[in-house]
Each structure stands twice: as structure tokens, then as C-alpha cells.
Ligand binder design. Structure first.
Ligand SMILES: O=C(O)CCC(=O)C(=O)O
Ligand SMILES: [Fe+2]
Length: 469
């Protein structure tokens, strides 16, 4: 789960010669599905970026996709949600229409406000980069995200951008002004919910009973009795080993991470490392997110129980019903950003599905296989849809080579700020014109992804304080 990065940022770091030599099927697809540089004059002196050709990608929103030999519609469940599986990728599921547009507004609001700050997280790229204006403003919230959102609200209000008569879309001038007002927010790239994932070691922080002197001694590092320890995942080092074996030592991976944060690590910037087991230290995955994931998994289990006989062989293992959301990532993708190919193998509980939702602009998602040599299946992900990686697919190579800025916009309702405002009014009983405008603009100009995982295997959980059943 490398954080999303902007190509501009990535260019600041030289692409290594090793990566240039990476001619794997995954890498080729990644190049094919980047946003394309298209000349706008005959002399080829000026270029614009365009979405890639989607002719060979699977777009579940297009009627034809039901006919696509590579996918299977397993079932349409209540509320019209369609559950798909993908041929030769057992354990992967796509749920079209998992969230109504109103639910999308609500989750987007939470991602941009609550989830990027205490009590859900104490780590975002902002807290690490110390970019956050809140620090200068003496905000008591350590993560500073509250001020980030509020500062943007104040700016939108002071510039009079919250009003306006037009309901459908934004006039160009207003859109530009909103873009400017949200500038700081666009610098937020990821937030870590619940258990702390340490990006440098690619492991989760786990509290242990005995005090570990050498760890606690590190400036502002772990608290007494805590250390950073492998979660026991059988594949915890797989990515590195594979990289070495192919002569591409985590090429995409480390480049993405470095370009994002420079030299990082909670310990290195003196952030207090937090205990990983909620709720004793206040860090937790929102219960609503665990509930949402369980609902999706129930739908899949139901669909699987009715799977047509002809494709029974593709059926994934029986899905566990007691999914326990212990860590989550919110990825914020501004225009022109992407996420390099990777495997999410840091969790010890990799036999438990990972559940992930898309909001805002669509994207291309490359669903690979066990390594980069397997040609990935290009899928179009759209706002309100959900994907689940379970069984074999849980450890599949995957990534997001581009955000689709022209060809996969969200439900038109999200582009109408007055409709967004009606949802906020219903929740707060108050008019929230500025926030509605901001949300509407954000969702039509960038992508959000929020996902939830179980970190600990059952036997490691047993007896741990604060553990859910
Ligand atoms: O943005 C997405 O859909 C994928 C995110 C992802 O792979 C991750 O956070 O590990
Ligand atoms: Fe991932």
C-alpha cells in the first residue's frame, strides 16, 4: 500500500536504471494505462494529458461488461448492487453500486475530516511532512487535520465561493477559485486508520508486554513496553525478496514511498508511536467501517452460495463472517496521481479479505497475479463501488496507474453542490454551503479510496486487551 504519488513528484527522483529494465507484464500494463501525453500542435511543442484508451479495460458500468468473457455477474442483491467476479482471479470481487450517492457524500466527508485526525489516526503524510498550517496556528489537535479542513472552509466563505445560483456544475471561474482554496487539502495523500503501519519497515506496530530498552530509548519513539515487531505474516518480506530476485529491488515501491515523503518514519520525525491495539490508546478503525465491510462480505457470501455450477471451480474459500477491521488506509488521489504496483502482505491475517471503496473520479486498477510476470487485468473503478480481495487474490500484485479525469466521473448528483448540501443539512440540521461546495468540487476533481483490513491472525489476537470478538 504505497501512498499515491504525483508524476511530477516522482520525476524529482530519478527512475533507477533497474526500473528501466523492468520489462515485466505488470510494468508494461502500467505504462499502457498511465495518462497519455498527447501533442496539441503539429510541431509537437505543446502537450496535454489525456486518459488512456480504455477499449481493453473492463468497465463494470458499461452494459457490455456483462458479456465480457473475463467477468461473471454472480448476483444482483438488494438495492441493485451487482456482485462480479473476474475469471482466473479467484477471490477477487467487484461490487457495483455498493454505496448510494448520498452515502458517498457522507463517507467522503468523513475521509476528509474525521479519518485524517485523532482519534482515528495520528499519522498522515501531513503530520510527517509538517506541512500542516495547524502547527503554526497552535492547533491543539496533533494531527492538525481539523485546521486543514476548517481553514479551507474559512477561505471558501471569505471569498464568497459558497453561494451562487447555479446548481449544475460550477462555472469555470468558481471552479478555479475552489481549486485554489483547496490547495492545502490536495497535499493530503494518505491517512492511516487504527493500527499504525510503519512505512519504513512495512510492518505494523505491536505492543508487547516486556519493556524493550533499545526501542524506548529512541528520541520520542515508542512508549515503555512497546516495540515494532513483525505481525507474523507469512509473506511479510516477500516483496523485497522478489524485487531482489528480479533485479528490481522494490523499484516502484520504494520510489513511490520516497517521492512522497523523503526520508520518513514515525520514529525519525519524533512522532510518538502509538500502541496498535484499540481502543485502549484511542486509535481505532471506525465501527461503521467494519460494519460496512461485513455487509459487503455477507453479500458476497450470499452470491457465492448461488454461484452457477459451471464456475464452481472459481469459488473462493468460505468467507469469514467475523471480519475484524483493525487497520485502514484512506488514499487521497489528486489529479495526475497514481499508486505503484504492490502486494499488501504486511498484515498477519492475509487469509482474511481486504475491503476497499472508491469515491469521486474513477481510476484504472490493475489486478495482477502472484508476481509482476503475470499480465494484470485492467479494471475501471468508479465512485460508490467496492472491491474485495480475498483468498488467492488477497496477495495479488495490484496498483492504480492513473486517475480517469475525463472518462469516469462520479454520479452527476455529486457535481451539484445544492444536492450535496441537502445531505449535510439532513445530518447536521444546519446549512453547510461552503462544505457542500468543497465536497462537490473535491469529488469531481479527485479520487478517494478507503480500505479496511484485519491485521492480526486469530491466535495472535487471543487474550489481547480491547480485542473485538
Ligand atoms: O486506491 C485503490 O483502489 C487501491 C489502494 C491500495 O491498493 C492500498 O491502499 O493498498
Ligand atoms: Fe493495496
Amino acid at each position: 500500500m504505497p501512498p499515491p504519488t504525483c508524476s511530477k513528484e516522482a520525476n524529482r527522483y530519478k527512475v533507477s536504471h533497474l526500473e528501466e529494465r523492468d520489462d515485466t507484464a505488470y510494468r508494461r500494463a502500467e505504462k499502457q494505462y498511465r495518462r497519455q501525453r498527447v501533442p496539441v500542435n503539429k510541431r509537437r511543442t505543446r502537450f496535454v494529458r489525456r486518459d488512456p484508451d480504455l477499449a481493453h479495460a473492463i468497465d463494470f458500468a458499461k452494459r457490455g461488461s456483462r458479456m465480457d468473457q473475463r467477468v461473471l455477474l454472480l448476483e444482483t442483491v438488494k438495492g441493485g448492487r451487482e456482485i462480479y467476479s473476474v475469471r482466473d482471479r479467484p477471490g477477487f470481487y467487484y461490487i457495483r453500486g455498493a454505496l448510494t450517492w448520498q452515502a458517498q457524500v457522507r463517507w467522503a466527508r468523513r475521509c476528509l475530516t474525521e479519518f485524517s485526525r485523532s482519534p482515528f489516526t495520528n499519522i498522515t503524510n501531513h503530520t510527517r511532512l509538517a506541512l500542516c498550517p495547524a502547527r503554526d496556528m497552535g492547533c491543539p489537535d496533533q494531527s492538525g487535520q481539523e485546521a486543514l479542513w476548517d481553514a479551507a472552509v474559512r477561505r471558501v466563505e471569505s471569498e464568497g465561493l459558497e453561494g451562487g445560483d447555479e446548481e449544475d456544475g460550477e462555472e469555470k471561474r468558481t471552479a478555479q477559485a475552489l481549486q485554489q482554496a483547496l490547495q492545502d487539502l490536495y497535499a493530503l495523500r494518505w491517512a492511516n486508520l487504527g493500527a499504525n503501519y510503519i512505512w519504513t519497515t512495512r510492518k505494523y506496530a505491536v505492543p508487547v508486554k516486556e519493556a524493550v530498552k533499545e526501542e524506548t530509548g529512541r528520541g520520542g519513539g515508542l512508549r515503555e513496553g512497546e516495540t515494532v515487531r513483525d505481525t507474523g505474516g507469512p509473506h511479510a518480506t516477500k516483496r523485497d525478496e522478489e524485487g531482489d530476485a528480479q533485479g528490481t529491488p522494490s523499484s516502484v515501491h520504494s520510489r513511490v514511498r520516497n517521492s512522497h515523503e523523503g526520508k520518513v518514519g514515525a520514529e525519525e520525525v519524533g512522532l510518538p508511536e502509538r500502541a496498535a491495539f484499540p481502543p485502549s490508546d484511542g486509535l481505532s478503525v471506525p465501527q461503521a467501517l467494519t460494519d460496512l465491510a461485513r455487509e459487503v462480505l455477507d453479500d458476497i457470501a450470499h452470491a457465492e452460495s448461488h454461484r452457477p455450477c459451471a464456475s464452481k471451480g472459481e469459488q473462493a474459500f468460505p468467507l469469514p463472517m467475523n471480519f475484524c477491521g483493525e487497520a485502514g488506509i484512506v488514499n487521497y488521489y489528486p489529479p495526475e496521481s497514481s499508486m505503484g504496483g504492490h502486494v499488501d502482505d504486511a498484515e498477519g491475517a492475509t487469509s482474511v479479505p481486504l475491503v476497499s471503496f472508491s469515491l469521486g473520479l474513477g481510476c484504472i486498477f490493475l489486478l495482477g497475479g502472484k508476481d509482476k510476470k503475470v499480465a494484470p487485468v485492467p479494471l475501471v473503478f468508479r465512485s460508490g463501488d467496492c472491491m474485495v480481495m480475498a483468498g488467492e487474490a488477497r496477495l495479488a500484485f495490484h496498483g492504480v496507474p492513473c486517475i480517469l479525469e475525463e472518462s469516469a466521473g462520479p454520479d452527476p448528483a455529486l457535481g451539484q453542490w445544492t444536492r450535496v448540501a441537502a445531505v449535510l443539512r439532513e445530518d447536521d440540521g444546519a446549512s453547510r454551503a461552503a462544505e457542500a461546495r468543497m465536497l462537490s468540487h473535491y469529488l469531481t476533481s479527485s479520487r478517494l479510496n478507503f480500505n479496511v483490513r484485519q491485521v492480526w491472525r486469530r491466535e495472535l489476537c487471543e487474550g489481547a486487551e480491547g480485542l473485538r470478538p
